[in-house]
Design a binder for this molecule. Structure first.
Ligand SMILES: Cc1cc2nc3c(=O)[nH]c(=O)nc-3n(C[C@H](O)[C@H](O)[C@H](O)COP(=O)(O)O)c2cc1C
Length: 260
């Protein structure tokens, strides 16, 4: 009898212990589950907040014939930072193919596309139609932007001002030693007359380097790129937080010169 009583007591103690372990385990599991769910909800909330912004995309144009040279490196630094901010990028390489200059034929004023269809211009205009902002980068050539890039930017702006307007823009200049600030200013000139907000940084958007890859050593230049990307993302999110609320402009765009 005594033995039966001891066995029963032991069984009871074991059951209580097992129950305790199971219940504390399931409590732990529940806590983990709740934590998981909370973080899931938080994630959904972040996504929800993000979904108030449409999918935003920035067109990057590498104006160097060197496909993966210093301008490319600078633009990739921008691209990585934009992507950290949830902004997509599309890279267009100017490459080594010939580029027409504007012939002032005015064909584009009727069609929104350049009369020359055998270079990158019309493709760039189409990409710009899909994108919400533009960043152009150029090496410094004799204190000037690469001529092919400059010609592309001029023709895009002349052919499709409606596509460009209101979209934030930035320029990046790369040089070995000098002339980059002239490149930077020159590249911004067309954007500055198309109602495009210019995105700046902690310094002019200039990166230093000569041989391919040297730009990776310019810590300040690369930080300037990242800051510009953060500023670009900030501006885009402000603009697209809901339906963009662009300023009302006068219906008639006056074009006068000193003769008439
Ligand atoms: C034709 C030519 C002209 C150049 N002129 C300048 C110049 O005026 N100032 C300067 O600092 N670097 C000048 N450079 C050097 C480039 O700007 C530099 O190597 C830059 O990193 C090239 O960029 P990328 O690697 O993206 O092509 C010139 C290079 C070439 C090929």
């Amino acid at each position: 009898m005594k033995r039966i009583f001891i066995i029963a007591l032991a069984a009871l103690a074991f059951a209580a212990c097992t129950h305790k372990t199971t219940s504390s385990k399931s409590k732990e599991e529940n806590t983990m589950q709740t934590e998981k769910e909370t973080s899931k909800t938080e994630k959904q909330q972040v996504q929800l907040n993000d979904s108030t912004h449409k999918e935003l995309k920035v067109l990057l144009i590498n104006g160097s014939p060197r496909k993966e040279g210093n301008t490319y490196l600078a633009l990739m630094e921008v691209s990585k930072q934009l992507e950290k901010n949830g902004i997509a990028t599309e890279l267009l390489q100017i490459g080594t193919q010939p580029m027409h200059g504007c012939t002032a034929c005015n064909h584009c004023r009727k069609t929104g596309h350049c009369v020359f269809d055998d270079d990158l211009c019309n493709r760039a205009i189409d990409l710009m139609t899909e994108c919400d902002a533009i960043i152009v980068g150029s090496p410094t050539y004799y204190g000037q932007p690469n001529g092919t890039l400059l010609s592309l930017v001029q023709r895009m702006c002349y052919a499709a001002p409606q596509v460009m307007q209101n979209k934030p823009a930035a320029a990046v200049a790369v040089c070995r030693r000098g002339g980059a600030s002239a490149v930077y200013q020159t590249l911004l000139m067309p954007f500055q007359m198309l109602n495009m907000p210019i995105v700046t940084s902690q310094y002019w958007n200039i990166v230093y380097g000569r041989d391919e890859g040297e730009a990776a050593l310019d810590a300040e230049g690369l930080q300037t790129m990242r800051t510009m990307a953060d500023n670009m993302a900030w501006m885009l999110k402000k603009i697209h937080n809901g339906t963009p609320d662009y300023p009302q402009r006068e219906a008639e765009h006056k074009v006068t010169n000193f003769i008439k």
